[in-house]
Design a protein around this ligand. Sequence first.
Ligand SMILES: O=C(O)CCC(=O)C(=O)O
Ligand SMILES: [Fe+2]
Length: 351
Amino acid sequence: MGELDSAFIQDIEHRPNLKSTEPVNDGIPTIDLSALTLADTHKLASEIGLACQEWGFFQIINHGVPLDLQRKVEKVAREFFELPSEEKRKVRRNEVNPLGYYESEHTKNVRDWKELFDFLVKDKIMIPASPETDDKELRTITNQWPQYPPEFREVFQEYAKEVEKLAFKLLELIALSLGLPENRFSGYFNGQTTSIRINYYPPCPFPHLALGVGRHKDAGVLTILAQDDVAGLQVKRKSDGEWITVKPTPNAYIVNVGDVFQVWSNEKYQSVEHRVVVNTVKERLSIPFFVQPGPHVMVKPVVELLNGENRPKYKEYNWGKFFVNRSRSDFKKLKVENIQIEHLKTVNQEK
Ligand SMILES: O=C(O)CCC(=O)C(=O)O
Ligand SMILES: [Fe+2]
């Protein structure tokens, strides 16, 4: 079976224990959004709040995104990744454009066993030209769409619209769960940098050495993830630090709190580490929708939640600069660790 390129090999402590990758039933909570009627909003909000606190992850069912659209999205995504490599590389991400196809993603400087395709929900956005704080220049980045399959763009743009509606609903419920007005976060999404990624994990002959995505936390506000019926996503359980495999539930989405919510909520809701294990027989497809603010937004703990006992745990930071810093480190394998919110913790903080 040959040898695995050393770029993919995880350090021993990060390799998965393949004896315990059976999905568990008593894993992340499931929340039924069909109860989203006026009368039940507060009950739903408190269920979601509890899931955010205890797990940082939950699944949603009856979320309102049409199922036939979900099927179409999965079909065109598979058709794209089945194209010859030369065709896919016509829309390859490069040093100038961070969007499109890519087959050499690294997480924490180890190569991920996957291919991906990234696009923005807004098609074109303005972001800082560089991560340097004193550089005020902006630049525009624009989606690149593949020629094949021909319906790729239309299907994914429709999907983006539908999941965006769901994202705003979830943001309202989470605001309520924190005791805030439901529209408390909506102003942060002008010029939003929200993006969709399609992850394609081919079968891997070395699932004990490599990962589909190495352990990481999502940097944005929320992630709404569709996955097919092949298990692979593992979440680091907050209660004991064990890696728990998420059981694929038909037609459900997995939602997780990102770093921005960790800061906004001053750590009431924490962004939880997760990773993807691969297997020797089955390919896997997942489609995360990364809910992300506008580039001008200064991220800091929400002032209404602070008081003498709950002092800000983070310094404020500019989302656009953070985003650009991360996108740059996505392109190349860097010698240094990429930026994390832990670097923005306030010092001398009482715990
Ligand atoms: O494939 C998955 O289930 C998760 C992927 C993921 O965590 C990511 O793309 O950030
Ligand atoms: Fe992730």
